[in-house]
Every structure is written in structure tokens, then in C-alpha cells.
Design a protein around this ligand. Sequence first.
Ligand SMILES: [Zn+2]
Length: 249
Amino acid sequence: MKYPVLAYHKISYQWEISFTMMYPAQFEKQMRYLAKKGYVGCSLKEYLADPKDNYFVLTFDDAYESVFTYALPVLEELGFHASVFVLSKYIGELNTWDFSPGNILSRHMNGVQLRELHQIGWEIASHGENHRVMVGMNSDAVSNELSHSKEIIESIIEDKIETFCFPFGVYNPEIVALAKTAGYKHLVGFIGHSRYGVISRSVVYRLVDNRFSVLRKIHVNLPCHIIENMKEFLFHSFSLLTRLKQKLS
Ligand SMILES: [Zn+2]
């Protein structure tokens, strides 16, 4: 089962060599177009509770402050909600975990901002502690990523969280089982096919996507969706640079 789930990262004017950042005006154009076509953006939690035909899921990986600053106002105006995937060790901090040519850093949302999003109906969920690939970690470290992050984020929003998003979309059956044991109901990967019940997504890229391709991405049962998947696989391979940086550090 494939759900119409879009994945965004930074919505920012701060230019960098990054495929996943997007200018606010570009993001706004895409959202207004989908709204004009009758679609409503919602969080994953809302979608799974009531998957209406005209709903699509909006997700923001890494919970960057730029999403709060630039995406939130337009989404509020359109009446859309989203899910944000938070790194519990980087709340309010700079993204030193990431590979960024030129060392251009971006700040993650702080606790006050996360609480505000939670209060207006966004889903706040976990992306682990450190944005590390979890496959290959010992099971204690995996449990820390899953359980510590859950406790910290829950204490900030003063509510339970239900969803875990795997860093880099990398997981295996053992990690999926540990995530369920840690109390997560929904598990989110990245692009490609859903395996072991993990929900896959379509990533939106600044250089190759526009409002028409975003519409194709949420039409998950039409053939045009496959073209989008192929594009996403190609661009996703660049995230290997971050994984390489983490291996070397
Ligand atoms: Zn991420």
C-alpha cells in the first residue's frame, strides 16, 4: 500500500549546495497549486486516522527552523497540517551532523516552536537522536535512538508521539521490531517500496521538481508516479555524502 506522502527538508532563502533545500516561494507555489486542485495537506497521523481521497501527507525531515519561519505561515493560511521529524539531540541546535559543502549550517527548531506546532495540530514525531544510520549499530544504541528520542520529544510537547522516521530511510526487520517494542505505531522510510510495514514517501527536490511533479508524486496509483520515483532514487544517492562524512568523523 502506497500513501501520498511528500517529504521536504529546509524551506529557506539560505542558498547552499543541497538538493533538499527549497526556496519559500517555490514551496508556496506548490502548496497553492495543490490547494487549488482541491487537495488538503495533513499530518501522517491525521491521514492514517481518516484517509480521504483529497488528502495528502506533508512531512518535514529534521525539523528545521526554516520550516517554522517560511512554511508554517502559508500552510496556516491554506489550513494544512504536517508531520515534523525531530532529532532529539539537535533541538534548537545547528545541523553539524550533516554534510554541507562550504560548511553552511542551519538551525533546528527549538522546544517552544515544536510545542506551538503541536498545539495547532501538527504531528511531532521522532527522527532519532543523532541522524545516524541505525543498521549496524548495536541493539543498545538502536534502543537509545528509539526510546531516548521518544522520551525527550514527549517531555517537550507533553503528549505521546506515535511515529518514527528512520534516518536516511535505512532499516531492517530487527530495527523495525525494536521500533515497535519502543512503542511506535507508525514507521516512516524514504523513497521506494514499503517493506516490513514501513511507509515510503516521495521526496521533493529544488532543482527537478515543480508544482506539476508534486501533483504526480501524490497520484500514487497513476503510472506517472513511477517517473517521479526514478528521479528520486537518483537524487537520493547524494545523501551518501552525509553518511560518508559520519563514517569518517
Ligand atoms: Zn533526516
